[in-house]
Write a protein that binds this ligand. Structure first.
Ligand code: NAP
Length: 430
């Protein structure tokens, strides 16, 4: 028998398990620090994007097969070490994602009211680490830093009416806070221009269909239309949306302003954020941005930086600090230790990118471990956890949590999530 542990039950973890489970004589344990599976699908993908979240059904299919087991509420690094896992399993695959914000390294970034997207997204998605975030929504201005899809998610969620969350699984605390929100002017800051955005067309197009909010683009920021021809088709579509926003400004109570060539240089306020000082930029021949020295101020009570994520390091595991991910040779980290998904390649690509990534790592693992080295595997982990009085959450337990969340759903929504680990564990005991 070959024994594999996968640390992290998000898309990268389950796609790797899916590819591995087709092999003979293999037992796979998917370990997660939370009592609930699916990682980014549950707590990262926007609650109003249920069609993307539906991929969790596929992961459930994997989890319910005989050779795959969910080991929830077990924290690698605290409850069990990496060294212990590598001594128990033929291969350990780190699929821990990139749950930490890349820091916004400018003066004033530690003022109350400056938060990262991991925290804000975790808050509206009910992640237990961020359920108590209570972001300040009491001022009209909000600055969202970054020109990627996360910036779009954040701006859209801030702009929606309570009715527009129908059919979503946004948690009640976020829906209530957003419905009382004073936010009216959302600025999305891009340090480069419309041709350098990292926003995909479908997500960008959604901004044009919001009930009480409309996107604004300054036509002067757009390059010559003829230059769009050199863009790849997806980017060209995205830029077409920006052109349409610029050409058709619609008067609605909430505006989503795209500030291009705009780099935040300082955040000011007396005890909390009051304004962001932004420097206009210009691009060099390599399309890198440089400040021009010209600045302006945006009044804001909340700043959300959406400038990318990083993987938390694990002591003893080689790490690339500049890129915020584990150091690996295409996925091989150390003998018997692998990384996959965002933990391997950094926070890029869609959920689907993790499927070929998982398949490649599975192939590598199977090639390296051969028929296995007679390690203790899951029996060994169970004995170790029992010796520490740690009771893991099983997939059957998770389904109890899920059933309780579905039963608690309001207004035809798919579920009302538990937002604390204690509440999740209590649902199992009931
Ligand atoms: P991202 O796509 O890498 O975008 C990060 C943005 O932050 C870029 O515009 C970058 O600008 C900017 N940035 C980085 N450092 C900055 C700084 N110091 N100051 C100002 N701006 C800075 O990251 P993301 O939006 O977090 O998304 C992560 C991944 O998840 C992406 O692959 C994304 O497509 C995916 N995602 C997909 C969906 C969806 O499909 N619906 C939803 C959410 C996320 P530069 O280009 O100038 O560096």
């Amino acid at each position: 028998m070959r024994h594999v542990a996968i640390v992290g039950s998000g898309p990268a973890g389950y796609y790797t398990a899916e590819a591995l489970q087709k092999a003979d004589d293999i037992a796979i344990d998917v370990i997660d620090r939370l009592p609930v599976p699916y990682g980014l699908i549950r707590t990262g993908v926007a609650p109003d994007h249920q069609s993307i979240k539906a991929v969790s059904r596929r992961y459930e299919g994997v989890a319910l097969t005989d050779n795959v087991r969910f080991v929830g509420h077990v924290s690698v690094g605290t409850d069990v070490s990496i060294d212990e896992l590598t001594s128990l399993y033929d291969a350990v695959v780190l699929a821990t994602g990139a749950p930490h914000d890349r820091p916004l390294d400018i003066p004033g970034a530690s003022l109350p009211g400056v938060i990262g997207s991991a925290a804000f997204v975790g808050w509206y998605n009910g992640h237990p680490d961020f359920a108590k975030l209570d972001p300040s929504l009491d001022a009209p201005g909000v600055v969202v830093v970054g020109n990627g899809n996360v910036a779009l998610d954040v701006a859209r969620i801030l702009a929606k009416t309570p009715e527009e969350f129908a059919g979503s699984d946004i948690v009640s605390h976020a829906r209530a806070a957003l419905s009382d929100s004073a936010v009216r002017e959302i600025h999305i800051l891009g340090r480069r221009g419309p041709h350098q955005i990292a926003m995909t067309p479908k997500e960008l197009g959604e901004l044009g269909h919001l009930e009480r909010a409309s996107p604004r683009v300054d036509p002067a920021d757009l390059p010559d239309e003829g230059d769009d021809a050199m863009l790849e088709p997806g980017m060209r579509k995205s830029v077409t949306h920006l052109r349409s926003f610029a050409a058709n400004p619609v008067a609605k109570p909430v505006t989503i302003e795209f500030d291009f060539f705009a780099m935040p240089v300082r955040i000011e306020g007396d005890g909390r954020v009051e304004r962001v000082i932004v420097e206009r930029t210009t691009l060099d021949a390599d399309l890198r941005s440089h400040g021009t020295g010209e600045t302006y101020a945006i009044d804001a009570g909340l700043v959300i930086s959406c400038i990318g994520y990083q993987t938390p390091p694990i002591p003893g595991v080689p790490y690339e600090h500049g890129r915020g991910r584990f150091a690996s040779d295409e996925g091989r980290v150390l003998s018997g230790l692998y990384a996959v998904g965002w933990a391997r390649r950094g926070p890029s690509g869609t959920i689907g990118t993790n499927k070929p990534d998982g398949a490649r790592i599975a192939e590598m693992v199977l090639e390296d471990i051969g028929r296995g080295a007679g390690k203790a595997g899951r029996a060994g982990l169970d004995a170790l956890l029992a010796s520490r009085d740690i009771v893991p959450v099983t997939f059957r337990d998770w389904r109890k949590i899920e059933a309780a969340e579905i039963a608690a759903a309001l207004d035809g929504n798919p579920r009302e999530k538990f937002t604390s680990v204690e509440a999740m564990l209590a649902a199992i005991r009931r």
